[in-house]
Design a protein around this ligand. Structure first.
Ligand code: TYD
Length: 224
């Protein structure tokens, strides 16, 4: 088998109506809390917010999420990468782009950076190939802003251990896997400093929320 789907589209930052913000980071870094806090803050300011996630932001995506996160047996790495990409293709086409075109703010828990970091970190797949597949799936579209919550995986693991939820397939991976995921996210952020806003997720949640609001206020100001 050879390389990525051809032609892989060139990356394009969303430049139309609305505002598209994705949240990234390892498991247990506190993403869900921060997405919910930003959602509330934006709604209080009269914005129409679409709070969504990958995998699973659409009815089709919910079915795919069940397979990729809860299937008990082995899934071949290429099949796993394609399942995330299929979820993404449908999500971007059916929910994200239409919402943005209506001028809404899309807050999205995970996007293609998660595929590069997680599927690439398995070491079986080449990160550029994984990215190419996702770029093809998403028509090359990148968000206006990506908020990366960065945390030492051993601290994140302690937070997850405190939850009652059973671990999904990815959360059950060994510590070295999560260390590679963290490094991959930081490399992605360093490569695209304009798009990424990196925050230390060990800070108190209200401090992180405040910094995110300040950054988002700037983004909203620059487009009104
Ligand atoms: P998430 O929804 O953040 O988990 P939870 O709701 O259980 O806190 O993410 C689900 C898992 O999916 C997470 O371990 C990362 C993984 N994932 C990938 O491996 N590749 C991807 O492309 C995406 C979007 C997620």
């Amino acid at each position: 088998m050879t390389g990525t789907p051809d032609p892989a589209p060139r990356p394009v930052r969303w430049a139309g109506e609305g505002l598209w913000i994705t949240f990234e980071g390892g498991d247990g870094v506190g993403k869900s809390t921060q997405v919910a806090l930003l959602d509330e803050w934006l709604r209080e300011r009269g914005r129409t917010v679409v709070h969504t996630r990958e995998p699973g932001g659409t009815p089709v995506g919910t079915l795919i999420r069940e397979i990729v996160l809860h299937h008990r047996g082995h899934i071949a790495p290429r099949a796993e990468a394609l399942l995330y990409a299929a979820d993404r293709a449908h999500h971007v086409a059916e929910l994200v782009v239409p919402s943005l075109e209506r001028g809404e703010v899309v807050l999205q828990d995970r996007y293609l950076d998660s595929s590069v970091a997680y599927q690439g970190a398995g070491r079986v797949l080449d990160a550029d190939e994984v990215r190419g597949i996702s770029m093809w799936a998403a028509g090359g579209l990148l968000p206006n802003l990506t908020i990366l919550l960065d945390l030492d995986p051993s601290v994140a693991r302690q937070r997850l251990d405190g939850d009652d939820k059973p671990f999904d397939r990815l959360e059950s991976e060994q510590e070295e896997f999560h260390v590679r995921v963290r490094e991959a996210f930081l490399e992605l952020a360093a490569a695209e400093p304009d798009r990424f806003f990196v925050l230390d997720a060990a800070l108190p949640a209200d401090v992180i929320a405040q910094r995110i609001r300040a950054r988002v206020e700037g983004e909203l100001g620059s487009r009104s």
